[in-house]
Design a protein around this ligand. Structure first.
Ligand code: C5P
Length: 302
C-alpha cells in the first residue's frame, strides 16, 4: 500500500529547490527606448532555497504559499509562470503548486524569479518535456528580466536587460568563501530603484567593461575582485536607507573581502573566507545591530 502511494506521488508530483543569487556586479549602462535599462551583471547562485512542490490534477492552477504576504493568484510569479506554461504547451489538466518560502521578499536575491523558473522547469518535467529550452527561455524572459538566469544553475554574465545569459564555470576565488547575507526587514521596489537613477546620472550611464575586468579578477584574487564589486542601484538605495551604508561599513571593518548591495536591494552581502571567520562576523553583527535583522551564512551553489 505504502509503495503504491509512493509510486503514485512520483508519477503525479515532484519537488524542486529554488535557489537565489547575489549580483557581484550590476552595471547599468543607460536607459533604453523600451523603458528598461541596459545592463552588464554578474550573478552568483547561492545555496539558500525555497521549496516548490508540483502535482498534476485539480481544476486549473491551484497555488498555496507558506508566506501570507504573497498573493496566490496572478499576482504571484509562480502562478503567472504556470499560466504561461499551460497555455504554450496546450495542457488541459490542472496543476497544484505548493510554495514554501525561506528566501526573503523584495530582497534583491531573485527569490520570486527563481520560483518562476523552478515552476517552468518543474512543469516541463511533470508533463514529459513538452517545451524546448528555447521556449522556456522565451517564457522566462517575458515574465521578468532575472528569470532566464534561474533556468540554469551556474554563475553567469547577463546582458541586455538581464535576460541574455552566458553561463560560467565556478569562480576559483570563491573556494572556501562564504556569503553573509543581511536583510534589514524592509524591501526595496525594483521599479523605484531604477526610476531613481535619473537623479544619479553617473550611476545611470555606467561605462561598459567592468564585467570583463571583474571576471578576470574572479579567476585569481579575492581581495581585488571584492574591491571591484559594483552596483549602480546602490546610489539611490544607500541615500534613502543610510542603515545599509552602516552595514557595509561594519563588514568592511571586519575585513570582508567584498561587500555590496545585491540587485535592487535591500540585502547586503559580504564575501568572507572561512566558516569560522563568517560565524565570528555574524556574532559581532548581532552584538552591534541587535538580533532583529535577518542574517545568515550561505555557500555558493557550485
Ligand atoms: O523585468 P522585471 O519585471 O524584473 O523588472 C521589474 C522592473 O524593474 C521593470 O518594470 C523596470 O522598471 C525595472 N527594470 C529596468 N531595467 C532592467 C530590469 C528591470 O528598468 N534591466
Amino acid at each position: 500500500m505504502r509503495q503504491r502511494k509512493l509510486a503514485h506521488f512520483f508519477c503525479m508530483g515532484l519537488e524542486k529547490s529554488s535557489f537565489c543569487k547575489v549580483n557581484l556586479l550590476l552595471n547599468v549602462l543607460g536607459k533604453r527606448a523600451d523603458g528598461f535599462h541596459e545592463l552588464e551583471t554578474i550573478m552568483q547562485p547561492l545555496a539558500l532555497f525555497d521549496r516548490l512542490e508540483l502535482e498534476r490534477g485539480g481544476g486549473g492552477i491551484e497555488l498555496t504559499c507558506s508566506e501570507p504576504r504573497l498573493p496566490v493568484d496572478s499576482g504571484n510569479l509562480v502562478y503567472r509562470a504556470a499560466e504561461a506554461f499551460v497555455r504554450t504547451a496546450a495542457i488541459r489538466e490542472g496543476v497544484r503548486l505548493r510554495l514554501q518560502k525561506f528566501i526573503p521578499l523584495a530582497a534583491g536575491l531573485g527569490g520570486g524569479s527563481g520560483n518562476a523558473a523552478a515552476t517552468l522547469l518543474g512543469l516541463n518535467e511533470l508533463f514529459g518535456q513538452p517545451l524546448t529550452p528555447a521556449q522556456l527561455q522565451a517564457i522566462a524572459a517575458s515574465l521578468g528580466s532575472d528569470i532566464p538566469f534561474f533556468l540554469q544553475n551556474r554563475p553567469a554574465l547577463a546582458t541586455g536587460r538581464g535576460e541574455q545569459i552566458r553561463s560560467l564555470d565556478a569562480f576559483p576565488v570563491f573556494q572556501d568563501t562564504l556569503f553573509v547575507l543581511v536583510h534589514p526587514g524592509f524591501g526595496i521596489s525594483t521599479p523605484w530603484a531604477y526610476q531613481q537613477l535619473q537623479k544619479f546620472p553617473a550611476a545611470l550611464n555606467g561605462a561598459p567593461g567592468r564585467a570583463t575586468k571583474l571576471l578576470e579578477l574572479l579567476q585569481s584574487d579575492l581581495e581585488l575582485a571584492g574591491a571591484a564589486f559594483y552596483n549602480s542601484l546602490e546610489a539611490p538605495a544607500l541615500k534613502k536607507y543610510p542603515l545599509l551604508r552602516l552595514f557595509q561599513n561594519f563588514f568592511r571593518e571586519q575585513g570582508a573581502a567584498g561587500v555590496l548591495m545585491s540587485g535592487s536591494g535591500s540585502t547586503t552581502f559580504a564575501a568572507i573566507k572561512g566558516q569560522a571567520a563568517a560565524e565570528s562576523v555574524v556574532q559581532d553583527f548581532k552584538a552591534k545591530f541587535g538580533n532583529t535583522h535577518w542574517i545568515t551564512i550561505v555557500k555558493g551553489l557550485t
